[in-house]
Design a protein around this ligand. Sequence first.
Ligand SMILES: [Zn+2]
Ligand SMILES: [Zn+2]
Length: 340
Amino acid sequence: MSTNRRIVVTDVRTMELREEPIPAPARGEVRARTTYIGVCGSDTHAFHGRHPFIPIPYMPGHEATGVVDELGEGVTTVVVGDRIVVEPTLPCWECKPCRIGSENLCENLQFFGCGYPQGGMADQFVVRADRLHVIPDDIGDLDAALIEPLSTPVHAGRIAGPLQGRSVAVLGAGTIGLLMLAVARWSGAAKVVVTDPLPAKRDAALRLGADAVVDAMAPDVAAQVRAALGESADVVFDCVAVRSTTLAAIDMALKGGTVVILGVPAADFELPIRIMQDQQIRLQGSATYVPQDYATAIEMIQAGAVRADDFITGRFPLTRAEEAFDASSSGEHIKVLIHP
Ligand SMILES: [Zn+2]
Ligand SMILES: [Zn+2]
């Protein structure tokens, strides 16, 4: 193969499979042959022109796994043939967050597969070697595709935690919500109640270990969640982050609970700040992950706490990437993957 095929989103709801020269790794970079790339909510939002921070055109594919094919100068941390998963944040390592181990919050953050010249939706991609995690031999390729998406709820659970013995609500039973449920269970939460408007997604949450599910469209959703928990929620993970879910989350957490926002909000809205002060509500944003979250995600997958069979519901070749995006935003899938 002398050229590299790459998906490029060229306009709102428009993508093309572009032929380009095979990219060469610069110093400190590697080139990898793609194995599987996940389609994420942020990909489909950006494709529809609704993502707040990803400009079009863009080269998608931040949930990337592959096999190292060529090393740039100075790379010693991986070898050719290593199976790798990308940690797509590209920190500067110079700013204050980078210096204190919060490189997910880098003041100069770039993001592989999100508004960056390289992404994983291609036959081959080039990425900084310091952003790679080697996939252990006992994790198969399909399971490995879940490491990046699982790391997001692992991070949210860790910064909101400890969850051991706690009453937890998870709002939204899409990929991130269902993985959040798995993290809450793994972390020893006493009870986990999941909400979603779609019956099929609520069924999936029950199948994957929720103690109870509640219709997110019910006018008394917060009261129903409190009833199912038997008390207020210690931690509510808002994986949707629209006005109705965040307001319901605050209601569930009264008094003294924590609301974690890990869904990507499409718009700003007003919060009941007087109640939040008076009832001591903690609002915690959560953005991506750091390496220790990848390590926990890998450990969870090795232990069978998250399995590809439960989560990966669609696979499409690069040539059918648009179908993969449509499937991913249809509400009928959990995780859709693309492969060359
Ligand atoms: Zn993602
Ligand atoms: Zn930085």
